[in-house]
Ligand binder design. Structure first.
Ligand SMILES: Cc1cc2nc3c(=O)[nH]c(=O)nc-3n(C[C@H](O)[C@H](O)[C@H](O)COP(=O)(O)OP(=O)(O)OC[C@H]3O[C@@H](n4cnc5c(N)ncnc54)[C@H](O)[C@@H]3O)c2cc1C
Length: 940
């Protein structure tokens, strides 16, 4: 047995089988971070607690097996990939502890930065490290990369905010530097370690030029190599250990918990977008404002501005600028309006000798400055979105001392030009001397790799030899810059780094190859392929920002990982079509990628390129549809009312069995049947329902609405245990009439459907035909769009809105808020209620509408945190309930803690899954509104 097999076999004694992935598909998928590199790990492990990590580390230590830790995998320098063991400490590592009224917070490594800010918001405090990836990047990765962004500079980065760390060394030793007992134990058990650390510190302190060099290098942002700053800042060995963790990229120890200071949110802010004639002038302006209360100055060079010219919402005057114009987006913040105005005066005075192209104008009006900030945030997606297929977008990350900034910035521009990167844009955090440049790069032929190599060599020359700057300011050294650490830092400093590594990780088992790598060309190896695979996803840069919204991330595959696998299949099909691995990948992808994709498209909402991986899934389903499936799809579409009758019979039978057997026996029976392949029944399953024939309204009332109860609500009633036994169409009918509306029902309602059912199965033609038929019926019913059209199921309405452009279509919360609130008196209840925003509501930006409506009805509305798509996905909750269960794993503890008894949403199928997994009944918001309203009293 190989050592790795022995490791895996022993790891199986430590973790359950759901925590270990060895299949080729997931190994490939997890071999990707946001960098341009790929390594395939032998095994991916997903431990849930420190004890499990400790056992795994001890095992790896015993067998000399290399280990890489992973948080969100958004790193850009190739530091969160592995060709050995990958230990993922992301989604299961999200606990936190708030101390001193929010001034201090202890965090597990898997919480995203954005979530930390949400947690701190009620205390009016924030997590200061601010990488642009904050929505996705997790505390472990942020600290271990010493990630930073527009505002935190070097004064509020992880190094400055970290108070203590709970860490696991390579041999499994645990040390909590915030705990006296733990430190005492460490002193007793590891005296040689502390002695050696002290010796390293002394070597620095006694070497004055080195000490000065360290101070100088960290006067600007720098994440090249290990963090040497603690050796000149602290005497206490535990402080040194704590701060050595920052920027160590998982090469020294596992971070199990970090305790950090937080900062007050300054509520008042103002920005100014100022255009200078050249990049040098803009940089000179930055030098001037460095000592003013500006908290950020984002530079956008001409190419960056050009990338967003003409885009929606962008100012027209951009196109009139000449080739050298450079913008500075300056920001200032304050605790009061008066201080804000004082700040603006100070900054403006500092810039008074400059003659910008347009007058300097600070504004605290969000509607104005949000346009400027969207210009800034639009650069990356614009450049990446326009790149040719097969290329990827590389974001480089250098920093210069402010004194060098004007010269260095123009030299950098020239360098990109010289190497033929005509589309290379420069932008970045100029106040910190930190520039990013983005290039679109191919790695599939030697010529392009050579071009990249030549560029990197010249970048190293420029940044290191000419300006003594930082080759990486924020993104980490990784494998990308490992060959240049010594060059940048010099021999003495690099020796110190190596001694630290040896002390912490004598067997070089933690993230080997990252930061320290003997191969001078490692940055030119292991490039991933960006083989085009599907037009909907070819622009993906594999950044992983989709993963926060992909409900199967961590269960099967994430949206990014689906694309990675499809690209690899495409690459192999092109290069080695007979490769048996293709069959294996396709086979595994069927469940991991296809079956379990909920197809909700929420991934697009956090993708910088707006990529909707559901479209890839739908295309795959379409391409793989067997002729029989197509035939069945057509039959169900042609005889839809018969299908609905059949479904009613099934629901009737299930409900009868439930009544006869009782809930307990029925659950047992259903689970057994599900194990044999039957759809899962739960007590949340609705009873059958058939709408009674409705009479068309009296024509004298001008308040009319066309109401199309979705086919689901025409068939499914309420669950046996629901507190209100009125089916939704009857409830809606009652509410509309209460508000004085007459209801028009489209003709032949039984046969109509919006088409979503077929679309999700990849039967696009049938789906479109059904949509068209429904649209015709609605046009007729609404007298050519004269009356609004209401549909009671948000996913159906979403598709209708996408496809039917001739009608005014409304989802219930939106319809009620727009048309009924003035016609009803609301009597809010004190009882807490929960709401769930469906994916389609999110995509239609109706989450706030649902919240406002619920708040009219209850004084205590709970919006469970971190519950996105419920994963029911129309029918997946019946066929693959594990997806639904995983997506809603955070729901029920929050409902329990808030003592909520009822939940409200806007999709019948989602409500089944929410009821099952939330363990309280979920109903349409219509029930709550009906419960809390009476017809509007006429004023006397
Ligand atoms: C489009 C885009 C924009 C970006 N913008 C910025 C930016 O503005 N500023 C910036 O600094 N970065 C930026 N990044 C890079 C990246 O997002 C950040 O560095 C981020 O902090 C990485 O966090 P992560 O959770 O993804 O960490 P990962 O990539 O998972 O890991 C980062 C490193 O930490 C190690 N690690 C993770 N967890 C642990 C643990 N528990 N114990 C020990 N080691 C661990 C890993 O081994 C790895 O070396 C950007 C990335 C992208 C794709």
């Amino acid at each position: 047995m190989s050592t790795m097999n022995q490791f895996i076999s022993e790891a199986q004694q430590i973790l359950s089988k759901e925590q270990i992935f060895t299949d080729i598909t997931r190994r490939l998928a997890w071999g990707t971070d946001a960098s341009c590199y790929r390594l395939i790990p032998d095994v991916i492990l997903s431990p849930r607690n420190e004890e499990e990590v400790q056992k795994l580390l001890r095992l790896a230590h015993k067998l000399n097996i290399g280990v890489t830790f992973r948080a969100a995998g958004t790193s850009l320098s190739g530091q969160s990939i592995s060709s050995s063991v990958m230990i993922v400490a992301g989604k299961q590592w999200e606990r936190f502890n708030i101390k001193q009224n929010g001034e201090i917070i202890s965090l597990q490594p898997g919480i995203t930065g954005a979530r930390v800010n949400e947690i701190l918001k009620p205390y009016r405090r924030k997590f200061t490290p601010d990488p642009a990836s904050l929505q996705s990047a997790m505390v472990g990765g942020i600290i271990m990369n010493n990630a930073s962004g527009m505002n935190c500079g070097t004064h509020a980065n992880s190094d400055k905010m970290l108070l203590s760390a709970r860490i696991l060394f390579a041999d499994g030793t645990v040390l909590d530097t915030g705990d006296e007992e733990s430190k005492e134990q460490f002193r007793r058990e590891k005296p040689e370690f502390l002695k050696a650390l002290e010796a390293i510190r002394e070597s620095v302190i006694k070497n004055e030029p080195l000490r000065q060099r360290i101070i100088h290098k960290y006067s600007i942002k720098n994440v090249m190599g290990l963090n040497l700053l603690p050796l000149v800042t602290f005497d206490d060995p535990f402080e040194i250990i704590t701060h050595l963790m920052v920027g160590s990229e998982g090469t020294l120890a596992f971070l199990s918990e970090a305790t950090m200071k937080t900062a007050l949110i300054e509520p008042f802010s103002a920005s100014a977008m100022i255009y200078f004639d050249t990049i040098q002038t803009a940089c000179r302006a930055v030098q001037r404002i460095k000592l003013t209360p500006a908290v950020g100055a984002e530079l956008l060079d001409r190419k960056a501005l050009r990338s967003i010219e003409g885009k929606e919402g962008m100012p027209d005057y951009l196109s009139s600028f000449d080739d050298n114009v450079t913008a500075l987006l300056i920001e200032t913040k304050a605790n009061t309006k008066e201080y804000l105005e004082r700040n603006i005066r100070e900054i403006s005075e500092a810039l008074s000798s400059f003659k910008p192209i347009r007058p300097i104008q600070f504004t605290s009006d969000e509607s104005v400055y949000s346009i400027w900030w969207s210009m800034r945030s639009g650069i990356f997606p614009s450049v990446g979105g326009l790149r040719p297929a097969g290329t990827t977008t590389i974001i480089e990350d250098v920093a210069f001392h402010l004194t060098d900034l004007p010269e260095a910035a123009s030299a950098l521009q020239q360098l990109l030009e010289d190497h033929g990167y005509a589309d290379g844009v420069i932008y970045g955090h100029a106040l910190e001397g930190n520039f990013h440049f983005i290039i679109n790069q191919r790695f599939d032929n030697q010529q392009d790799i050579d071009r990249y190599e030549a560029l990197m060599n010249d970048v190293v020359n420029l940044v290191v030899n000419r300006f003594d700057g930082s080759l990486k300011a924020e993104h980490g050294t990784g494998r990308n810059m490992a060959p240049f650490v010594e060059k940048e830092w010099g021999k003495d400093a690099f020796e110190i780094m190596k001694r630290i590594k040896l002390l912490f990780d004598p067997k070089n088992m933690l993230n080997a190859g990252v930061i320290f790598n003997d191969d001078p060309t490692i940055h030119l190896k292991n490039f991933k392929s960006f083989e085009p695979t599907n037009r909907h996803v070819d622009q993906c840069i594999e950044c992983g920002f989709c993963e926060i919204n992909c409900l199967t991330s961590g269960l099967t595959l994430s949206a990014r990982q689906r694309i990675v696998v499809r690209r690899e299949i495409a690459r192999r099909m092109k290069q080695t079509p007979n490769d048996p691995t293709i069959i294996q990948l396709e086979k595994e992808y069927h469940y991991l990628g296809n079956i379990t994709c909920a197809g909700d498209g929420l991934c697009a909402t956090s993708c910088p390129m707006g990529i909707n991986t559901a479209e890839l899934t739908h295309d795959i389903r379409h391409d793989q549809l067997p002729p029989l499936g197509q035939k069945i799809g057509k039959i169900t579409a042609d005889h839809f009312s018969t299908v609905k009758s059949g479904l009613r019979s099934v629901l009737f039978l299930a409900n009868t069995a439930h009544t006869v057997l009782g809930t307990k026996n029925m659950i047992w029976l259903a689970n057994e049947a599900h194990k044999m392949g039957a759809p899962l029944w739960t007590p949340a399953m609705p009873k059958a329902y058939k709408m009674k024939k409705r009479t068309q309204p009296d024509s004298s009332n001008q308040l009319k609405v066309v109401y199309f109860p979705s086919c689901i609500n025409q068939t499914m009633g309420v669950a046996k245990e629901n507190p209100d036994q009125t089916p939704l169409p009857d409830k809606m009918d009652g509410l509309l009439k209460k508000a004085g509306y007459d209801i028009i029902y489209p003709e032949n309602m039984e046969s109509h459907c919006c088409g979503t059912i077929w679309e999700s199965k990849g039967m696009f033609d049938i789906a479109d035909r059904k949509t068209f038929d429904l649209e015709e019926a609605l046009i007729k019913a609404s007298e050519n769009g004269k009356y609004p059209v209401l549909c009671d199921q948000s996913p159906c309405l979403y598709r209708m809105r996408e496809k039917m452009k001739r009608l005014k279509l409304y989802e219930p919360a939106e319809f009620i808020e727009t048309f009924l609130t003035d016609r009803l008196d609301f009597h809010p209840i004190d009882e807490p209620v929960a709401i769930h925003t469906t994916c389609s509501m999110t995509k239609m930006h109706l989450g706030e509408t649902l919240l406002r409506l619920a708040q009219r009805c209850s004084r205590h509305v709970i919006v469970p945190q971190e519950v996105g798509c419920c994963g029911f996905a129309g029918d997946k909750g019946f066929t693959h309930p594990e997806v639904n269960r995983y997506a809603l794993r955070k729901l029920s503890p929050q409902l329990e803690a808030s003592q909520v008894k009822y939940g409200y949403s806007n999709s019948r199928t989602c409500e089944i899954g929410l009821t099952t997994n939330g363990k309280i009944p979920y109903m349409s918001i219509v029930y709550l509104v009906d419960q809390c309203t009476t017809p509007k009293k006429k004023e006397d």
